[in-house]
Design a protein around this ligand. Structure first.
Ligand code: GAL
Length: 748
């Protein structure tokens, strides 16, 4: 049986690689670390980008597990940024170029049995111009290090390299699965007969069907196809009900058994010139772009935190799609998208720049590695096979499209451009349409972009972003404009049936190069900040969900008479899925507002925009009058479902602290986020407070980043990282004389 051994612990790290280190068995002067690891922890902002662009060295001492005669022993890396040279006992094993895709090397011929082995990985995290995405400037940081998992794999001499599971007859009552089983036969020089068994089970492990066959396996690599047919009562995977199944393939030769298990779903997806269809049903795509980066540790966040991002995008931002801009992201993130029904647009690494032939070949490799890693994720509905926002290069893009289609005939291709009249070599014209600048149309008609005289499958892959960067603590007028811009583009997408949907730039703020951003190494383009704390614009997405799922009521205001330019909180945009609302000012009678904004009428849940034509309480806008508390209540039918109270005189009254998880897993590096808010008596954060929160932690964990943090917009966050030891973590947080309820997290 294959044996997969976790290789995350007991690594040694040196920030500086010195030539010859791969031949040196000494671990002195090296720091003990665990994977996932970042080569340099960075400040939150204002830092020198060359800090992490270094060549560093990782080492691991290990004993070889028991091997039988012709076992294959492999070391697998899920992602090393950006180039890795791997040595075992001083012998060069292999090199991988590119930081976003997995790779593995065989070591059975070099490994020493019964004595210590020294694995060395020389990690080049500089921006080598010969390797995508580098060669030009890029608007994000790539960080560095062995930032995804490492495994040691012991395989039988006849083993399964990969399995591609394709659902057939998905929309028929009787369905099937076609399994391409990629085999590698190292037994000898002649072909052998082996038994293959494929089993489909549901997630509880109950067998639904199985099929067995004997196949003739030639020496070396071959692909054998088997089919599981006549599948009845199979549930489809979709956004609301993402049903998953397990497929297990087993190969048996002379009682040496290898098996490969993959999760999979039955679903049919199709971009057409009339929009996007999932299982034959039209779905308007509402999405946001995600960078996989975090404060301080860059890309090196463990599984739980990767999964949480998918949950935030699905459940807080209520999107149905995420684009993994601009590279393949963690399998944990994608697994979670499968589990919760969040569609994915995945693309190859790159940003505007296309390099020479060698560079293009690496890009093609990256596509292959991406598709072969991810082809069984039902959440992925399209492959991005163009370098984001590059110019046309028909010769190159004919190759990328051909490769993607050969590898996976079930998904359409797309490729993100920002140029008009670009040659359509993909199945879907995917366009960054930044036309909206505040006082104009939300999106262009597709034919104005494509230059074609007929409609094609079309999707908008970015809008807003650099057009209107907005910080979480920016003033109220800017927050409102930020909100209106997101509403405007989404409304335009809903209004046009030929647009499959629109994916905003972007979900979360991200660190970037000094050529971009606000001068502090951050692009404040997110609808959430880097801690994933919402700005008001987050609720343009978060309010587009049935109030039966959750009522949302978010007035876009700090509720102060003198914050905006003209002594008023009007017009007041209220992002909500309620049928109608009331606004009460002080002791005045609540005023009902029934009419939703006509400007955004195509949205499932248009906002209310309260202005002087809806409201007659003069004091609201009268400089020199008494300012009062405000109360907004949202109703569904005649039932009040949500109330927001806004204090006329907010003062710090409570320090709130919430962890995403109160249990972490022992035995591995794990982490969870804690959010802190300094709030008034109505639990609303104090938007302009400049306060320092002091964090104290005891137990088997650490706080990533500093232990004194500044609240921006009344809130901030941090991640608690455990190294795998069992125990109790206690965190005390104090700010402005207030203490949050202590946080206790168990590592078990
Ligand atoms: C796009 C680009 C993104 C980001 C965005 C900012 O041109 O694809 O990566 O830079 O602009 O709005």
């Amino acid at each position: 049986m294959r044996n997969i051994i976790d290789f995350q612990k007991d690594w040694y790290f040196s920030k500086k690689y010195i030539s010859g280190m791969e031949r040196d068995c000494s671990l002195d002067d090296m720091e003990s670390v665990q994977i996932p690891h970042t080569n340099v922890e960075l400040p939150y902002h204002y830092f020198n980008e060359s800090e992490y662009q270094i060549v560093s060295c990782y080492k691991k001492k290990f004993r070889c597990p028991q091997l039988s005669d012709n076992n294959v022993l492999r070391i697998r890396f899920e992602g090393v940024m950006a180039c890795a040279k791997v040595y075992l006992n001083g012998v060069f094993i292999g090199e991988h170029l590119g930081g976003y895709t997995p790779f593995s090397f065989e070591i059975q011929n070099v490994v020493k049995e019964h004595e210590d082995n020294f694995l060395t990985v020389v990690v080049d995290s500089t921006e080598r111009p010969d390797v995508p995405p580098f060669g030009g400037v890029i608007d994000y940081l790539t960080y560095g290090g062995i930032y995804r998992e490492v495994y040691l794999e012991i395989l039988e001499p006849l083993f399964i390299e990969n399995v591609k599971a394709e659902a057939t007859d998905v929309l028929n009552p009787v369905k099937g699965i076609k399994l391409d089983v990629y085999l590698d036969n190292r037994i000898g020089k002649t072909a052998v007969n082996a038994d293959i068994k494929a089993t489909l089970t549901d997630l509880s492990g109950e067998t639904i069907a199985d099929v067995s066959e004997t196949v003739l396996v030639e020496p070396g690599k071959q692909c054998s196809t088997i089919a599981i047919k006549d599948l009845k009562n199979i549930q489809l995977w979709d956004i609301e009900n993402p049903v998953l199944y397990w497929v297990n393939v087993e190969i048996n030769y002379a009682n040496q058994i290898d098996n490969f298990t993959t999760r999979f779903g039955f679903r049919d997806c199709n971009f057409t010139s009339e929009g996007f269809f999932l299982n034959g049903k039209k779905v308007k795509i509402v999405g946001l772009n995600r960078h996989q980066s975090y404060p301080y540790v860059g890309y090196a966040m463990p599984k739980r935190v990767q999964q949480k991002d998918a949950d935030i995008i699905k459940y807080e931002l209520c999107c149905n799609l995420v684009r993994t801009s601009h590279y393949p992201q963690s399998v944990h993130f994608l697994d979670r998208c499968d589990e919760i029904g969040l569609l994915v647009f995945e693309e190859l690494p790159g940003w505007q720049h296309i390099g020479d032939e060698n560079w293009k070949n690496i890009a093609l490799n990256n596509i292959q590695e991406m598709i072969e890693r991810d082809w069984n994720h039902p959440s992925i509905i399209v492959w991005g096979v163009r370098i984001n926002e590059s110019l046309d290069d028909d010769c190159f893009y004919e190759r990328t499209n051909k490769l993607a289609r050969n590898l996976d005939s079930t998904r359409q291709t797309g490729g993100v451009r920002y140029i008009d009249n670009s040659n359509l070599l993909e199945d879907v014209y995917t366009m960054n349409d930044f036309v909206h600048s505040g006082n104009n149309i939300g999106l262009r008609k597709q034919q104005d972009v494509t230059g074609l005289t007929y409609d094609v499958p079309y999707m908008v892959t970015e809008y807003n972003g650099h057009m209107f960067p907005t910080k979480k603590a920016d003033n109220e007028e800017r927050q409102m404009s930020h909100v209106l811009r997101h509403l405007k583009v989404q409304d335009a997408s809903w209004a046009d049936d030929s647009i499959s949907g629109a994916i905003g730039w972007c979900a979360f703020d991200y660190n970037t190069h000094s050529d971009f951003g606000a001068g502090d190494m951050i692009c404040h383009h997110g609808v959430m900040d880097m801690f994933r704390i919402p700005k008001f614009a987050a609720f343009t997405y978060g309010s587009q969900i049935s109030p039966e799922v959750k009522p949302v009521l978010e007035p876009v205001t700090y509720w102060a008479r003198g914050e905006r330019s003209e002594t008023t909180v009007l017009p007041l945009v209220v992002l909500t899925n309620c049928d109608w609302i009331t606004l009460q000012f002080g002791d005045f009678k609540p005023i009902p507002v029934y009419e939703k904004s006509k400007e955004f009428k195509h949205l499932p849940y248009p906002p209310f925009i309260i202005d002087t034509s809806t409201i007659t309480i003069e004091q609201i806008s009268q400089w020199g009058m008494k300012w009062e508390d405000g109360v907004i209540t949202g109703y569904v039918g005649d039932k009040p479902v949500k109330t927001v109270m806004m204090a006329a005189n907010p003062v710090p009254s409570k320090l709130l602290a919430m962890a995403d998880d109160y249990k972490l897993s022992a035995g591995e590096k794990d982490a969870t986020r804690v959010i802190i808010k300094l709030v008034d008596k109505y639990d609303r954060p104090l938007p302009f407070i400049n306060a320092i929160a002091k964090l104290e932690l005891s137990g088997p964990a650490r706080i990533q980043g500093p232990t004194e943090v500044i609240l921006t917009g009344g809130s901030t966050g941090f991640w608690v990282e455990s190294e795998g030891t069992y125990g109790e973590i206690n965190i005390a947080i104090a700010c402005q004389g207030l203490r949050a309820d202590p946080i206790k997290i168990l590592v078990e």
